[in-house]
Design a protein around this ligand. Sequence first.
Ligand code: NAI
Length: 391
Amino acid sequence: MIIGIIGSGAMGAGIAQVAATAGHTVRLLDQTDAALARAEQSIRANLHKLGEKGKLSVAAVEETVARVQPTRDYLDFSDCGLVLEAIVEDLGAKQQLFRQIESVLSVDCILASNTSSLSITSLAATCQHPERFIGIHFFNPAPLMQLVEVIPAVQTRAGLAQEVKQLLHTWGKVPVLAQDTPGFIVNRVARPFYGEAIRILEEGLTDAATIDWAMTELGGFRMGPFALMDFIGHDVNYRVTESVFTAFFYDPRYKPSFTQKRLLEAGYLGRKSGRGFYEYREGAAQPEPNRDPNLGRMVLHRILVMLINEAAEALAFQVASKEDLELAMTKGVNYPKGLLTWADELGLPNVLRTLDQLYDDYREDRYRASALLRRLVRTEQSFSPSVSLPS
Ligand code: NAI
């Protein structure tokens, strides 16, 4: 199958590399030659690194690079079996693109979007053949991250999601099925990792370094929330939070914070601007955490129960299956274990008690416990997901 990719930025180039590595001819289109040249360079550099590690022969590197054919012409998509768009995150731009290219595509070509925040259904609605439209959401960097969320629109034909999942398996990916709801799985369930950490900071319960220490050293997360937000960039992270909040009709669970907004306004975007929650200029002193285990456990437990509650809500509203929820958080954001498994280990009554205590203290909807969690506790059940995570 020939794969078409539109937009050769960070995501488009990465996805092109993945498809070419799996043996597909890839037509990679961008509106500028400069972007196409950058994409080719980055694909070549990535593959060379694999070559140096002995994972790919020199010949294979060149063959793979040659399978990615840069183009500026939509007509080159006429023989593609799948065309995936990874242009700017702008509804108008994406809609205009689909209107322009659809007439060029063959009738059975699958049309997909890599959007993180737009509704797949609203994108499908601009197409003449919305039944062939689907969301295929890769994570950054696409060649390294195994998880891919597959999101059928309301209009998507039955069976297409399964076909796409099968294709992604052949690309060495771990596809999960998500309902077309804001943030899909990962960008929704992960919100409290950032939001609750900032809340703890705002209340002055402890500082960023201590919260990061608690999450990494006691919780086993690869990065703490503040280091991770600085890494992602506050422009990107704040906008995702804001878009999920808006798209959920202003549900207080997803409310953005003033603290992060102010960082954004100040231009303290994180690593890329040299300053965020932490300072990154050379020689800047790094704050020491307070390694009090009781404080650390309190912080970890509070953020963790909020994450678990979000996963429980996503399950309760059938955003994804138990297995896919666990895969999404372990493979998409490298959580040390699935949140439902973690919930069972902590004991659901314990999780519910903490949530109810928070709700009692604050009387904010943000802390309302999932009805599913409450029901499981009442009937003395657990999530007990029979999950087998691929290595
Ligand atoms: P980017 O800004 O790195 O690249 C976008 C590319 O699209 C640019 O090269 C630009 O020249 C090109 N472009 C813009 N309009 C075009 C058009 N009409 N026709 C052809 N090319 C056009 O953006 P990035 O980060 O690669 O994101 C692309 C998409 O993937 C967005 O929808 C984004 O939300 C989504 N996404 C981004 C992730 C990330 O971490 N960067 C993760 C997952 C999804």
